[in-house]
Design a protein around this ligand. Sequence first.
Ligand SMILES: [Zn+2]
Length: 122
Amino acid sequence: MKKIRKNISKVNDYYDGKRPSAHFKASCNCIGREHDQHIFLEIEPDMHNMLTSTFYYECVISSYYTNFWKRIKTAVRILFGSHVATEGEFLFDEEGLKDYIDTLDEARKKLIELRDKKNEEK
Ligand SMILES: [Zn+2]
């Protein structure tokens, strides 16, 4: 993993081969490391070479913010319900937001360029 901007690291990328992709990690501006976000940009050969972007981060059900009764209700929903909805937050300062946008846009351009080049070769 290589830090490329203040809050962004490149985990790896594959700009050649059948399935070009880029994988980044963005760090939240708060102190919680569990908010780190993983971002995958991929050209999907199985989906008409569409560019897809997927974002993952850990969603935490925090006992800190809920009272005991809410914790019981959440546990019951996990055990017997169909799903539990939760939300997380991801914070950037102004520079972090610009870095995020720039990183994704650069990767997007590079992957589209590769895809189009590959299509011309056909
Ligand atoms: Zn955070």
